[in-house]
Ligand binder design. Structure first.
Ligand code: SAM
Length: 339
C-alpha cells in the first residue's frame, strides 16, 4: 500500500477527526488505482472493525468531493463504481442522533508509529466512547493524547527496552490502550491494567478478547482505587515473588489533571516503590495547567522521588505515522525513581 494511502487508512480506523485526515491531493485521488486502493483498504464492507456509519459517510463525502474537484476531463476521469456503491450504501443507513453518537461505543483500531524494525504493522483494537470526556464519574472512557504519546515512546526501541520482559502495572488505565499494546506487542512478562472504575475493567476484558492472539495475552485488568490494597487474582501468578505481587515498572498517562489528586497519587507511587518492588514509574502528562503539574513535581521532590524528563518529543501531527494525536498542548514523559 502506498505511504499516503496507508497513512489515511490508519487515521481512518483510528477515527481521526475528518478535517485532520491527511487526504492525498485531488490529482492523486483521481487515479483509478488509488480509488481502488481506498475502496479495498477503507470502504470494503468486509473489513473489520469498520468505523461507525456516520464517520465513514463523512470521510467518503470528503474524498468524493476532492475527486470531483479534480476531474478535468469527464471522458477520462471518473469515480470508480466501487466507491460510488459504497456511498450509495452509506447514505441510506439510519444515522444516530448527535447524543447517541457521543455515547456510542466504537471499535477503534490503533496502529503504532512505523519503526525500521519491526516492519510489520502493530495494531490494537479498543472499544471506547470517543465523544465522552467525563461520564459515570470518570474521564477514562476514551484514550487520551498522553497515552498515545507514551504509546509512541514505548513503540520506539528505547521505550520498548524499558518494559520488554518486565512485570508492569498501569495506574488509571482508562480504556486499557497502553497496557494492551504492551501485552500484545512489547513482550512484557505481564501487565496489570488498573483503574478504580469496575465498568472500565469489564471493558478492558472485552478488549482483551478482541485482541486475542493464538496464546493468552499477559494482560490482567484489575479494579484498584489508589490508597487501597491491590487485590491479587489467580491470573496474576506470573507477577508474584513468593506470595507477594511484585512489579518492575509502573506506567501512567494523564493522571495529573487536578491538584486535589496529587497527594493520593504520590502516596500510591510511594506504596508501589516500597511494597510492590517497583523501581521505575514512567508517566506522561499533558501540560494543560502548569500549576497543577508543578504541584506534582514539588510533591515528588518533597517525597525523595527523583524526576527525570525523558528526551522524547512529540512528533508534529503532520509527520506522525501512527497513534495519531494532537500536540497543540505540550505532552511530556517523565521517569520517576526513588532518590
Ligand atoms: C484522564 S483519564 C486517563 C486514562 C488513560 N490513562 C489515558 O490516558 O487514556 C484518568 C484515569 O484515572 C482514573 N483514576 C482517577 N483517579 C483514580 C484513583 N483514585 N484510583 C484509580 N484510578 C483513578 C480514572 O478513572 C481515569 O480512567
Amino acid at each position: 500500500m502506498a505511504g499516503s494511502i496507508r497513512t489515511l487508512a490508519v487515521q481512518y480506523f483510528q477515527l481521526v477527526d475528518p478535517p485532520q485526515l491527511a487526504l492525498p491531493p485531488g490529482n492523486v485521488l483521481v487515479e483509478p488505482a488509488v480509488q481502488q486502493a481506498l475502496y479495498e483498504h477503507m470502504f470494503d464492507e468486509t473489513l473489520t472493525p469498520l468505523p461507525p456509519t456516520t464517520y465513514r459517510t463523512r470521510v467518503l463525502k470528503q474524498i468524493l468531493a476532492r475527486i470531483e474537484e479534480s476531474i478535468t476531463d469527464p471522458e477520462e476521469d471518473e469515480i470508480l463504481d466501487t466507491l460510488m456503491d459504497s456511498w450509495g450504501n452509506l447514505v441510506i443507513q439510519p444515522k444516530p442522533s448527535a447524543l447517541q453518537q457521543a455515547q456510542q461505543l466504537s471499535h477503534i483500531k490503533y496502529t503504532a508509529p512505523l519503526q525500521s524494525t519491526p516492519i510489520t504493522e502493530r495494531t490494537i483494537t479498543i472499544l471506547e466512547s470517543r465523544g465522552l470526556i467525563l461520564s459515570g464519574g470518570t474521564t477514562g472512557n476514551r484514550t487520551w493524547e498522553a497515552a498515545l504519546h507514551l504509546g509512541s515512546f514505548l513503540a520506539s526501541p528505547a521505550g520498548e527496552a524499558l518494559v520488554h520482559g518486565k512485570r508492569v502495572i498501569e495506574l488509571g488505565a482508562g480504556t486499557g490502550f497502553l497496557s494492551l499494546f504492551c501485552a500484545r506487542h512489547l513482550g512484557v512478562k505481564g501487565i496489570v491494567a488498573t483503574d478504580r472504575e469496575p465498568f472500565l475493567i469489564e471493558n478492558m476484558r472485552e478488549c482483551a478478547r478482541l485482541n486475542k492472539t493464538d496464546g493468552d495475552l499477559p494482560f490482567y485488568p484489575a479494579v484498584w482505587n489508589w490508597g487501597t490494597a491491590l487485590e491479587q487474582t489467580p491470573e496474576m501468578g506470573s507477577m508474584t515473588e513468593g506470595e507477594k505481587l511484585e512489579f518492575d515498572v509502573a506506567l501512567g498517562a494523564d493522571l495529573i489533571y487536578d491538584t486535589d489528586l496529587v497527594p493520593l497519587l504520590i502516596s500510591t507511587v510511594h506504596d508501589l516503590f516500597s511494597n510492590y518492588g517497583v523501581r521505575l514509574f514512567i508517566i506522561a502528562a499533558t501540560l494543560r495547567n502548569e500549576d497543577t503539574f508543578r504541584t506534582f513535581l514539588t510533591a515528588c521532590e518533597d517525597n525523595d522521588l527523583t524526576v527525570e524528563v525523558l528526551p522524547f518529543e512529540s512528533t508534529p501531527a503532520e509527520e506522525q505515522t501512527g497513534f495519531f494525536h494532537s500536540t497543540s498542548i505540550p505532552i511530556r514523559t517523565y521517569k520517576i525513581s526513588r532518590a
